[in-house]
Design a protein around this ligand. Structure first.
Ligand code: HEM
Length: 127
């Protein structure tokens, strides 16, 4: 598949990932049963798998790899943190306070990843 198309899929699924994460966080905070709906448990995973697959495919097409190119190493570490914080926020956080803090931190991590992607720099905010 062509790089431009893969990048479109990657950026679109990234936006969907963020939107679904924010919405699920709002449902978590308000104690909404919608969080447990079947599509809510499936669609984000399908979307995030596409996001990751497009990312990996682009690393192959552009010959840039995590562990070789610092910005991609930073993205992968950021992605693991986004996933971990997301799990604490939506599932494993023991108190509401912890879950809300993790939800906010995960969003900060998401924007860090986007900034790294746009600048191709692991320290996108200077340093
Ligand atoms: C939450 C996770 C992620 C987000 C939000 C994200 C976001 C983005 C964005 C916005 C771009 C477009 C940059 C531009 O317009 O130039 C991009 C490009 C890219 N991303 Fe991601 N990304 C994520 C995860 C990943 C992962 C896990 C990988 C690889 C393992 C990856 C590999 C790439 C590559 C190779 C490019 C394009 C490189 C190029 O054009 O030279 N991304 N990403």
């Amino acid at each position: 598949m062509e790089l431009t198309l893969l990048k479109m899929i990657h950026v679109a699924t990234a936006a969907v990932s963020y939107a679904l994460f924010v919405v699920r966080g709002v449902w978590m905070i308000s104690g909404s049963p919608r969080l447990g709906e079947r599509w809510v448990r499936i669609v984000p995973h399908v979307n995030d798998t596409l996001l990751l697959a497009a990312g990996i495919w682009m690393t192959i097409l552009t010959h840039q790899y995590p562990g070789v190119h610092a910005w991609l190493t930073a993205k992968v570490i950021g992605l693991l943190a986004y996933i971990g914080l997301g799990m604490v926020a939506l599932k494993h956080g023991t108190t509401r306070r912890v879950r809300v803090a993790a939800w906010i931190a995960a969003q900060a991590m998401f924007f860090y990843i986007v900034a790294v992607a746009l600048t191709r720099n692991p320290l996108p905010f200077g340093g």
